[in-house]
Design a protein around this ligand. Structure first.
Ligand SMILES: [Zn+2]
Length: 281
């Protein structure tokens, strides 16, 4: 993907994808009948849907991160959103409340830590502003079910169990779990992405550290669009919602197909040698 014309086509794909993803989100919100007596469901589900659009958009806007060093960090975050959302949708009222309670508990903890850190001195102007803003946000949470803050795990179970209960264990095994290696910089990631064999045969083929560049791979963009589509689909199915907006994901697939066909036609041209990424699961 080095030709100028290809790049312009990808730019156009990115632009349309973002516009369509945002339109899809807006239409879903407009078509959803809001019940203010259960507002926590609407705010939690709405926020998670919007978060997924944000993550997919950020991926779309940054082709320089479409590689195995960074893209999996975003994709793993999207997998988290998908698993949380599908788990919440199985029992929306109770689980939305759990989601809010846990997040608020964490916010209160951070607030207390920050206060303790400066307990024996005058806070700076900036610290004072931060503390007041945190306190104001916590106090602005007016859900009627809030009686106490909970500082345990938000769902009370592991992500794997959540995925199992939500019926998406495959997604956990084949998406969430493999991408965790990159997120946590584990051995099976860093050994493949940040080591190469030493060229000196006297060194017994040990490995040496490196920070390799990889070519831009639009497959990462495609994956983020696919996870967004799965998230929208889970929402539509639960609340029987059908939007008229075109599918950002389907349009992107068509665009990428066209692009790869035009690239194949140019294959007669000798390609420059590019470093390639290690194979991943
Ligand atoms: Zn060496």
């Amino acid at each position: 993907m080095s030709e100028d014309s290809d790049f312009r086509e990808v730019e156009q794909l990115i632009k349309s994808f973002i516009e369509e993803a945002r339109l899809e989100l807006r239409q879903r919100w407009e078509k959803w009948t809001i019940d203010l007596s259960q507002n926590e469901i609407h705010e939690v589900v709405g926020a998670l849907l919007a978060r997924q659009v944000t993550l997919a958009r950020q991926m779309a806007q940054c082709p320089t991160i479409w590689n195995g060093h960074i893209a999996p960090i975003i994709l793993r975050a999207m997998a988290d959103v998908f698993i949380s959302l599908t788990w919440v949708l199985k029992d929306p009222l109770e689980r939305s409340r759990k989601f809010v309670l846990y997040g608020l508990g964490q916010a209160v903890l951070q607030f207390e830590h920050r206060k303790a850190q400066i307990a024996d001195r005058e806070p700076t102007g900036e610290e004072k502003m931060l503390i007041e803003a945190s306190e104001a946000w916590i106090n602005s949470q007016r859900f009627s079910f809030l009686t106490d803050v909970n500082v345990g795990s938000w769902s009370g179970i592991s992500t794997r169990q959540m995925a199992e209960e939500a019926g998406c264990l495959d997604f956990y095994n084949y998406v969430y779990n493999p991408f965790s290696a990159c997120v946590h910089s584990m051995w099976h990631h860093v050994a493949r992405y940040n080591l190469r064999q030493c060229a000196n045969p006297l060194h017994q083929y040990h490995q040496v550290p490196e920070d390799p560049d990889f070519p831009i791979d639009p497959y990462n963009f495609y994956l983020s669009a696919k996870y967004l589509e799965k998230t929208f689909h889970a929402f539509d199915e639960k609340f029987s919602i059908k939007v008229d907006a075109p599918s950002a994901y389907e349009h992107l697939c068509e665009g990428l197909d066209k692009l790869s066909k035009s690239q194949n036609e140019e294959l007669a041209m000798p390609a420059e040698s590019n470093p390639s990424e290690p194979e991943t699961t």
